[in-house]
Design a protein around this ligand. Structure first.
Ligand code: ADP
Length: 434
């Protein structure tokens, strides 16, 4: 091709020389050269036009130029067009494959724009959310009208999922409960994953009902047992120390079972949402005074200083009994899981985001990192911390987590083995009333 380009240029130079010579011979060199150049420009303009017309719809059978600069340009245009076509085909193929894969997916999938416009959905999504073909382009929150879903879309954060009632439809098949999860997808889209969790939720409900009913049924026999043990303890004479010691052990275990049952029932109530409003104005300093009185004896026995540093005007929009439960559990744990003589601080601070942090800090045993994520599970106890404290149930922190959740608050546990723990309850700024 380079040879062609040089060849073309040489021909042009030769023509110019011949025309110039001819002009000299007839006595009009400038005029003849001008006429020649004009004709040359018009000729090349025609070729550019031809190239332009072809470049709009380039096809291999009809390449206008094979040789020279124009041939080279036509070749580049044709190759890049071929490349683009191949890429388009491959993208189309991948898209078809993706759609096929998603359509056999057991879960519903909806592709949403960042402004919640529906871009695409598979058949399962159409069944679970009752979407129709013509809903593409509509805002999903206008079609799925459920307060939890609306709240969920507004306050999205990664890893979040909600379980809610499925939209109702009059067919033989319909889901009762669905789980919805959102994942980021590309730069400006989101993926909504919808799963039918009717069976799982039913099983969970059966489990919850069982625990709740069993706990309820055990309450009365335990109260009777406690009564008899107390009566026997009172009538035990000092000449039978072994009987007294055994009865005290039975009494301890009965108390532990009673605590466990009360805590299980409290958890059931929280899970079922059978709770009082969490919107009263509660003075935290006042609650702390109550906690101080309750735990004074226990902390004194263990030579621990219980220090409260809470502003007197700190009020939270909350439920009083819930905050008392939270503080009772956290302060009780701080006392139980600290050695003799340590300080226990209950304080308040505002974090970078303006949220309020009510914290309970101890200088106790601390907790190894591997346990931290599991502490709020029911019955989870750290074996090495519980050598002395055998009365715990492992339900306290699960209750704390639930009580905080109903205040849109979060429990953050900051602890290092052997270096104390800090349990932080982070309340959203809107709940703080100073
Ligand atoms: P428990 O009735 O056993 O105290 P919790 O749910 O309140 O149940 O606590 C779960 C476990 O977390 C406890 O058994 C204990 O091992 C550990 N834990 C809780 N608070 C502390 C703390 N302040 N310091 C060290 N370990 C703690």
């Amino acid at each position: 091709m380079n040879i062609n380009r040089k060849y073309e240029r040489n021909i042009l130079l030769m023509c110019l020389a011949v025309v110039g010579l001819l002009g000299v011979l007839i006595g009009y060199p400038a005029e003849l050269l001008a006429v020649f150049l004009l004709a040359y420009i018009i000729f090349q303009y025609g070729r550019v036009q031809q190239l332009y017309d072809w470049a709009r719809l380039p096809d291999s059978d009809n390449i206008p130029f094979e040789e020279g600069v124009f041939g080279q340009i036509a070749d580049i245009i044709y190759q890049s067009k071929k490349q683009r076509l191949a890429q388009k085909e491959s993208v189309k193929y991948q898209l078809e494959r993706f759609k096929k894969l998603i359509s056999v997916f057991p879960d519903g999938v909806v592709i949403l724009s960042l402004s919640n416009e529906i871009k695409w959905f598979n058949d399962q999504a159409s069944r679970l959310l009752i979407l129709k073909k013509e809903d593409t382009g509509q805002l999903i929150n206008y079609l799925v009208r459920h307060p939890r879903f609306t709240h969920f879309l507004k306050n999205l954060s990664n890893d979040d999922a909600i379980v809610m009632e499925a939209p109702v439809v009059e067919t033989n098949w319909s889901a009762e409960k669905i789980e919805i999860r959102v994942l980021p997808y590309g730069d400006d889209e989101r993926l909504l994953l919808i799963r039918d969790v009717t069976k799982v939720e039913r099983t969970n409900q059966v489990k919850k009902d069982f625990v709740s009913n069993a706990s309820h049924e055990l309450r009365t026999p335990l109260t009777v047992m406690k009564g008899y043990v107390e009566m026997l303890l009172a009538s035990t004479t000092e000449d039978k120390p072994q009987v007294g010691a055994s009865l005290r052990k039975v009494d301890q275990q009965v108390i532990k079972m009673q605590t466990m049952i009360e805590e299980l029932l409290a958890l059931s109530r929280l899970e079922e949402g059978k709770v009082e409003s969490s919107n009263s104005i509660v003075n935290i300093r006042g609650l702390c005074e109550q906690i101080k009185t309750e735990f004074q004896l226990a902390s004194h026995e263990r030579e621990q200083s219980l220090i409260f540093d809470i502003p007197s005007n700190l009020n939270l929009k909350a439920n009083k009994a819930s905050i008392l439960t939270v503080l009772r559990n956290l302060v009780g744990n701080a006392i139980n899981y600290s050695d003799k003589g340590g300080d226990i601080r209950v304080g308040w601070s505002i974090d970078d985001r303006g949220d309020g942090v009510l914290f309970v800090k101890d200088a106790g045993k601390g907790i190894a990192a591997r346990h931290l994520t599991r502490l709020t599970e029911r019955f989870y106890r750290v074996a090495e911390n519980n050598v002395k404290n055998k009365t715990g149930t492992g339900l306290g922190l699960a209750i704390v987590k639930h009580e905080l959740e109903r205040h849109e608050a979060q429990l953050i546990i900051d602890s290092k083995e052997g270096d104390g723990s800090c349990f932080q309850c982070v309340f959203p700024a809107v709940r703080i009333k100073l």
